[in-house]
Design a protein around this ligand. Structure first.
Ligand code: PLP
Length: 400
């Protein structure tokens, strides 16, 4: 009989020649467990998804209750489903005033697609401006605006009239003009290796967009729901976009995405043509129920406020000769090592030390720390002591 590992390699489409190949049979809190009882601290959260940890009782309860009532009923936007309505209302309550009309989809990439189409419809323009080293997803539209030539080139032809300008490069903001439909930006770039905007960069983009009638889209798919120590990263920069994109932690561990705007902007999708953007499963009631339960946990357990102390503790403990810098705030951190060889060693050997770590797509000399926000002080101390031993091992074994 073939093992699960063999079946995984034989029957599942692969994304790289070196998958982690770690079998997990159970996950709870910040821990994941292997078939022989191996225990790993999850320092990634399924890439910023499991903000309330794995198997949170309240999220599971919400899922079970919803499954008992109904699952899929009808394509998005036709039937009133209380999990969608309640979640959209709760999101409007924590977002700035103009962001109160929510279109639920299934994933981050789909939220990006919907928002780009909305911006084109609302402005009657086609030009889309995004940023170098940005990541917005893998579908064709999202790939067209991705800030990496390596990935874009492999799949041309892509969407026309898309331009990437430098993040934090003020001189390139003149590209935003009366032809621009929208500017899409991660308020804090994630896959670039946790890069923050400087010198009021977001404010300057906001001004330029407003002056030119272009919509500003914030992709908070990775930074949303407390990850950077604010419910949404944009709050620390005092800038409100015309459209915000959410996914990942939005579903509390279930697949869910959303693009959220004002009712006025959103109404552009209602006519000419009708049904211009539709989805079968977007806003699945079970996913919305899970997401709302998870948001309530984030609020009730003050996971946003406590994120700062946890971040400070990580930074205090992550002192090692190999660590050049720990970049970022909250629980989205980039640990900068001397080079990619060290990063590869550290990530690939992390499971041997009881840790799960991951790469950034566009920053090959740093690794990511983004644990569930529920991680406790004791668990941070334990994780950092394991990381210290892992880094010692890298120092001994990586040949220079
Ligand atoms: N936008 C950002 C900032 C992301 O980090 C990601 C995923 O990593 C996406 C969009 C795409 O989301 P999804 O993988 O759900 O399509």
């Amino acid at each position: 009989m073939l093992t699960n590992r063999q079946l995984f390699l034989r029957h599942l489409g692969q994304t790289s020649s070196a998958p982690m190949l770690l079998e997990i049979v159970r996950a709870e809190g910040v821990f994941m467990y292997g078939p022989a009882g191996e225990k790993y601290i999850d320092l990634i959260s399924g890439v910023s998804v499991s903000n309330t940890g794995h198997s949170h009782k309240k999220v599971i309860e919400a899922v079970k209750t919803q499954v008992d009532s109904y699952m899929h009923l009808m394509v998005y936007g036709e039937i009133i489903q209380s999990p969608q309505v309640k979640y959209a209302e709760a999101l409007a309550a924590i977002l700035p005033n103009g962001l109160n009309s929510c279109y639920f989809v299934n994933s981050g990439s789909e939220a990006v697609e919907g928002a780009l189409k909305l911006a084109k419809r609302f402005t009657g323009r086609s030009r889309i401006i995004s940023f170098k080293n940005s990541y917005h997803g893998s579908t064709h539209g999202a790939l067209s605006i991705q800030g990496s030539e390596l990935y874009r080139n492999a799949f041309r032809p892509l969407l026309p009239d898309t331009f990437q300008i430098g993040f934090n490069d003020e001189s390139s903001l003149s590209a935003i003009d009366s032809h621009t439909a929208c500017v899409i930006i991660e308020p804090v770039q994630g896959e670039a290796g946790v890069i923050y905007p400087e010198n009021d960069f977001l404010k300057k983009i906001r001004t330029r967009c407003s002056e030119n009638g272009a919509l500003l889209i914030f992709d908070e798919i990775q930074t949303g729901f407390g990850r950077t120590g604010f419910m949404f990263a944009m709050e620390q920069f005092g800038v409100v976009p015309d459209i915000i994109l959410l996914a990942k932690a939005l579903g509390g561990g279930m697949p869910l995405g959303a693009f959220i705007s004002s009712a006025e902007i959103m109404s552009a999708l209602v006519s000419n043509p009708q049904l211009g953007h539709i989805t079968t499963f977007g806003g699945h009631p079970v996913c919305c129920a899970a997401g709302l339960a998870s948001l309530n946990v984030i609020i009730e357990e003050n996971l946003v406020g406590s994120c700062h102390e946890k971040s400070t503790l990580f930074k205090k403990l992550l002192i090692h000769p190999l660590i050049k810098e720990v970049r970022g705030e909250g629980l989205l951190l980039a640990v900068q090592l001397p080079d990619n060889e060290y990063v590869q060693f550290v990530i690939s050997h992390a499971p041997d030390f009881g840790l799960i770590l991951d790469y950034f797509l566009f920053c090959n000399d740093a690794f990511r720390i983004a644990p569930p926000l529920i991680i406790s002080e004791e668990e941070i101390i334990l994780a950092c002591s394991k990381l210290g031993k892992l880094l010692d091992s890298a120092m001994e074994n990586v040949k220079r």
